[in-house]
Design a protein around this ligand. Structure first.
Ligand SMILES: NC(=O)NC(NC(N)=O)C(=O)[O-]
Length: 360
């Protein structure tokens, strides 16, 4: 895994990303760009329009110009890099591509988006390849626009980055502190033989076993584990250990251990029996706030999702609100709080936008 791929794909359908516009989809629908699974290909498979591709493919241009598609990110955030994957496009890949992004308020239609900023300038592409472009912007974007020159096919567009949660979507400072879309992430794991632990933190329910975290069969006396860095420090009140789809391979037992800001360990859930194919909920009453949580699975097995519902400390909520506002693109920040200078000296300046800051 490259360094870039340790950041989640903000555009992925698995996080709720979607293609909201493409000027041409003659050969293959742009919706394929954000599918989580790697692109496939079956040679000499022809539909009514031509060869079937698992990607976005436009017709051969006979007029000047270029083609483009717009993706709404599943989790808005700071982009660290983009992968324009031309897998299986050999005689029909675009010779160049560029990527722009913007930050929008609310739920805009494609033609209402503006303030596009360049993430990747017009750059050459290789065919049947992962074309990797590091991005150094620091801004929080909600949409990206892929332009291809002059036309052709792209299998996937990966937009790796750090999700930045909107504090206005966190009522009463209560949220799933482990969720990828809020900024939770995996920082350690004993085994990911059959499935990535990052799947545990995705939204929604897994459709099949392959959408969860699964280890190989253990043949020693140890046990498997995964460690989560919470989106921000908070008090966990409900843990959800979802073993849905794991019927012959759910862990027999599980425990949860938190680490607080001082590095002290805190037992959240003692070793507890699990049932196969079951969504377990455990109300918790810890006396301290957590920063990291380790899930131990005994002895091995798989889980579909891990949710750690809890309340952010007032300081953590203020820090999260500040991070969000400081990362907004210039025009977006100015539209929300006209005349306010950044960096903000005090997060209280955000109270007109984020009333929960007043509750302290
Ligand atoms: N063999 C092809 O892939 N041809 C064409 N594309 C499709 N999808 O048939 C083309 O013109 O790029």
């Amino acid at each position: 895994m490259s360094d870039l791929e340790t950041f989640p794909d903000l555009a992925s359908r698995a996080l709720g990303g979607g293609v909201i516009h493409a000027n041409d989809e003659f050969f293959a629908a742009a919706d394929h760009l954000v599918l989580a699974e790697p692109p496939g290909f079956t040679r000499a498979t022809f539909g009514p329009k031509g060869q079937v591709y698992d990607g976005w493919e436009t017709r051969r241009r006979r007029t000047p110009g270029h083609d483009h598609a717009i993706v709404r990110l599943g989790a808005p955030g700071v982009v660290r890099g983009v992968v324009v994957d031309t897998a299986h496009f050999t005689g029909n890949y675009p010779t160049e591509a560029s990527v722009e992004a913007c930050g929008a308020e609310g739920h805009p239609a494609p033609d209402e988006l503006d303030g596009w900023e360049t993430l990747v300038p017009r750059s050459p592409l290789a065919g049947d390849s992962r074309n990797v472009f590091p991005v150094d912007s620091g801004r929080r974007y909600t949409h990206v626009r892929l332009s291809i020159y002059p036309d052709g096919g792209v299998a996937r567009l990966r937009v790796h980055g750090e999700p930045v949660a909107d504090p206005r979507h966190i009522p009463d400072r209560f949220l799933d502190l482990a969720a990828l879309e809020h900024g939770g992430r995996i920082v350690g794991c004993s085994d990911m033989f059959y499935g990535s632990p990052a799947n545990l933190l995705l939204p929604g329910q897994a459709r099949v076993m392959g959408e969860g975290w699964e280890t190989r069969r253990r043949r020693d006396d140890g046990n498997d584990w995964v460690e989560v860095r919470l989106a921000a420090p908070g008090r966990i009140h409900l843990a959800e250990l979802d073993a849905t789809h794991f019927k012959g391979n759910a862990p027999g037992w599980a425990s949860l251990t938190a680490v607080d800001a001082a590095g002290e360990r805190l037992e959240l859930l003692p070793r507890t029996r699990l049932q196969p194919d079951t969504r377990h909920r455990f109300p918790l009453t810890p006396d301290r706030d957590a920063v990291n949580v380790r899930l131990d699975a005994y002895p091995d097995g798989g889980l579909a999702r891990l949710r750690l519902w809890g309340r952010l400390t007032p300081e953590a909520f203020a820090a999260l609100a500040l991070r969000w506002f400081e990362a907004l693109p210039e025009a977006h920040a100015a539209a929300l709080l006209p005349g306010v200078e950044r960096p903000l000296a005090d997060p209280a300046a955000l109270a007109p936008l984020v009333p929960a800051l007043r509750l302290g």
